[in-house]
Ligand binder design. Structure first.
Ligand code: PEP
Length: 254
């Protein structure tokens, strides 16, 4: 019922030439696109290039961040209306690297989430606990707070037309993947929270797993009931790995 979604987060990687080549390889891959949706989120200056490379394919594109305001004196920032002009479908908000290195709080992430929605972009809200939080038995509590910061008083159906990515911080870029059981437990918790407020939205919400997912680990993860695809960092920079993950997503949908 929920078609899988696989999104590549290129982070601060890619130069003009290679970006186009990689995007073209993904767009032209032999994948059963009837059974998977996909997007690429390159650094801001590469968005237009990637868009040109994939625009005649089923692959969408997006950004890795946006400012919470729609315009203004915020040197070095990029706002939602421009991302919309660039044809972005998705924008990642609250990635753990932004929370950690750029001090983004739950409150700021919520503001960015709503800026995305206000501008007709699909926010991919990243949530996830650190290793210390998991070891202290606080993984559920941390993730609940991160989701709750966006859900607020529950008066609005905020997760309609949105995506959540569960990304345990200890698994991002480390080569350590959460076990399918660990990931499923957290995905079920997240879906439960949204369902409590909005049953239909909770049921249809795509919840992606992120954290060192590779073509080899994707099938088992995506076989879990509440895992609807992946947010892919390192492996999205290698065409064959990313295409392998897309194919695993297709297989999970059949
Ligand atoms: C990410 O940055 O969202 C991510 C999941 O990275 P990686 O796949 O490299 O762990």
């Amino acid at each position: 019922m929920r078609q899988p979604l696989v999104v590549g987060n290129w982070k601060m990687n890619g130069r003009l030439g290679e970006a186009e080549e990689l995007a073209r390889a993904i767009a032209g891959a032999e994948v059963d696109w009837e059974h998977v949706s996909s997007g690429i989120c390159p650094p801001f200056p590469l968005i237009d290039r990637v868009a040109s490379a994939v625009q005649d394919s089923p692959v969408a594109w997006g950004a890795q961040n946006l400012h919470q305001e729609d315009s203004g004196a915020f040197t070095g920032e990029v706002a939602g209306p421009l991302l919309k002009d660039l044809g972005c479908t998705y924008v990642i908000v609250g990635h753990s690297e932004r929370r950690d290195y750029f001090g983004e709080s739950n409150e700021l992430v919520a503001e960015k989430f709503f800026a995305a929605k206000r501008n007709g972009l699909i926010p991919i809200l990243c949530v996830g606990e650190t290793e210390a939080e998991r070891d202290a038995g606080k993984a559920g509590e941390v993730v609940r707070e991160q989701v709750q910061a966006v859900l607020g008083d529950g008066k609005e159906d905020v997760f309609r037309d949105a995506v959540i990515a569960y990304e345990p911080v200890w698994a991002i870029g480390t080569g350590r993947t959460a076990t399918p059981e660990q990931a499923q437990e957290m995905h079920a918790l997240i879906r439960g929270l949204v369902k409590e407020a909005y049953p239909i939205t909770g049921q249809s919400l795509k919840i992606l797993y992120g954290g060192s997912m590779k073509a080899a680990s994707a099938p088992e993860l995506m076989a879990q009931e509440d895992i609807d695809g992946g947010l892919i960092g390192g492996a999205s920079l290698k065409a064959d790995e990313f295409i392998g993950i897309l194919r695993a997503a297709v297989a999970s949908d059949l």
